[in-house]
Design a protein around this ligand. Structure first.
Ligand code: 5AD
Ligand code: SF4
Length: 473
């Protein structure tokens, strides 16, 4: 971490702070918990790790927030609406008899607003930032004694060492956080402040965690990071490796069928990583590569440090080594100063790329970010109209992508039960969902199928059975 980054982290960091408040409610030692995660997959992963830690301590998962002794709201701060939701959710935790659970606000709202949460929502007992989850047990003890506990410190790399490994749960697909934080400082984004500087987890910890997941029945691992392709480390021989090296090592682990990674930044798409898409069989043909805008002028104002052209060049290279790759992206409409022509450039890049799926958002002004202080903010009406037009186009392309699959033979990893009896839902290599009637198969099985119907959001498939296949249903 450079000095300026350490400083940024420190400015945002506050030491564990316990406020003695005689009037605060005392709690029994919690026996049941409920963790609710909002926002990105990183939060989902963190929420699962918190849940494992609570289980290790002898707590059990409550059926809902209404009968949990402790509720953890694992929050998202990326857009205004996500942050505001926390406060209404806190209000809804009070029960009809006037009681309430021990309330913990975790995640990025906790990191960004810290002490302010306690002022706005006095019923909150614990405020814990994303890098301090391993300290939850001591914080729960403080809260039990009626003292509010706040910890938004950012100690380097320690939570992963201390949070327990996942227990063995039979499930086919799992996340593995390899990298956290962001050094890119896009001018609209709070992540560099809430998640701190880029930190890569060590090679051996990741290989070990991947092995443990595979031993527990996992067939697909999605490597997670705010800038996952900025991951780097040293392999067991001391050689420096990038994400492609890690992917190649994971590919060699017995039992792992599928590897994915998300979310990537265009500037960290190395030649090595691009080439991995061409020759690593278990690396799935799917790439989530946000561009945010199709206008180089706006990309500059966003401090994206790539242009429309350099982004398109990367996609061209990826398509060259993996022609069937499905592409996904993130878009922001209505960034300050975005003209009609800039927005047309965004529609144009979408037409050029033809994403298989995408996420698009109205610009949301986040306090403390450079863009919040820029001139020429776009009105809500204009943003709504642009978002509608963009989403209509993205939806059309998503449907086209699904329709192109009709008749195609492919392989599904079955991930969950469908609504109908005997129906299972699986994922194609391109991360699209497909429903299949296969009463004799189970979650976690892989099955060869033919796509028979295509809808806007998912597909229907039929099993293809080979002559010596005995498991059909
Ligand atoms: N307003 C709107 N969208 C945002 N994103 C990040 N910050 C903002 C913001 N202030 C979007 C970007 C990013 C995704 C995770 O969220 O598209 O890629
Ligand atoms: Fe935010 Fe940009 Fe970092 Fe992504 S790359 S987390 S959008 S600052």
């Amino acid at each position: 971490m450079t000095d300026s980054k350490t400083e940024t982290a420190n400015i945002k960091a506050q030491k564990l702070n316990v406020q003695n408040q005689k009037a605060r409610q005392h709690h029994e030692t919690p026996k049941t918990y409920h963790v609710k995660s909002f926002g990105c997959q990183m939060n989902v992963y963190d929420g699962e790790r918190i849940s494992e830690m609570f289980k290790d301590q002898g707590m059990s998962e409550a059926a809902s927030k209404d009968n949990a002794d402790i509720v953890v709201l694992n929050t998202c701060h990326i857009r205004e609406k996500a942050a505001e939701k926390v406060y209404s959710d806190i209000g809804r935790l009070r029960r009809s008899d006037g009681s309430k659970p021990m309330i913990t606000v975790a995640g990025c709202v906790a990191q960004a607003e810290g002490r302010e949460i306690g002022r706005r929502a006095p019923s909150v007992d614990i405020v814990v930032g994303p890098q301090a989850y391993h300290r939850l047990p001591e914080m729960i003890e403080s809260a039990r004694q009626g003292k509010r506990a706040i910890d938004t410190d950012m100690p380097a790399n320690s939570k992963f060492d201390i949070l327990p490994r996942r227990s063995k749960q039979p499930r086919p697909s799992a996340f593995l956080t390899v990298q956290e934080g962001c050094d890119k400082f896009c001018t609209y984004c709070v992540v560099p402040y809430t998640r701190g500087a880029e930190i890569s987890r060590p090679w051996s910890a990741l290989i070990d965690e991947a092995r443990a997941l595979i031993d527990g029945g996992v067939k697909e691992i999605t490597l997670l990071g705010q800038n996952v392709n900025a991951w780097y480390g040293e392999d067991e021989k001391g050689n420096r490796q990038g994400l492609d090296g890690l992917i190649r090592a994971l590919d060699k682990l017995d039992g792992l069928e599928r590897i994915r990674y998300t979310t990537s930044h265009p500037n960290d798409m190395t030649e090595g990583l691009i080439n991995a898409h061409g020759d690593v069989e278990s690396l799935m043909p799917y790439l989530h590569l946000p561009v945010q805008s199709g206008s180089t002028r706006i990309l500059k104002a966003m401090n994206r440090s790539h242009s429309r052209e350099s982004y398109l060049e990367i996609l061209e290279k990826v398509r060259k080594v993996r022609p069937d790759i499905a592409l996904s992206g993130d878009f922001i409409v209505g960034f300050p100063g975005e003209s009609d022509a800039d927005f047309e450039d965004t529609l144009d890049i979408v037409r050029q790329v033809r994403y298989s799926q995408a996420f698009s958002f109205k610009y949301s002004s986040r306090p403390g970010t450079p863009a919040a202080d820029m001139d020429n903010h776009i009105t809500e009406d204009v943003m709504s109209e642009r978002l509608q037009r963009l989403q209509a186009l993205l939806n059309e392309h998503q449907f086209d992508f699904n329709k192109d699959m009709l008749g195609r033979k492919t392989r599904l990893l079955l991930e969950r039960q469908g609504k109908l009896e005997g129906q299972l839902v699986g994922k194609t290599p391109w991360l699209t969902s497909a429903h299949v009637m296969a009463p004799n198969l189970s979650i976690g099985d892989m099955i060869d199928v033919q796509i028979t119907e295509a809808g806007p959001n998912s597909m229907t498939a039929e099993p293809i059975f080979t002559a010596n296949d005995t498991s059909h249903g």
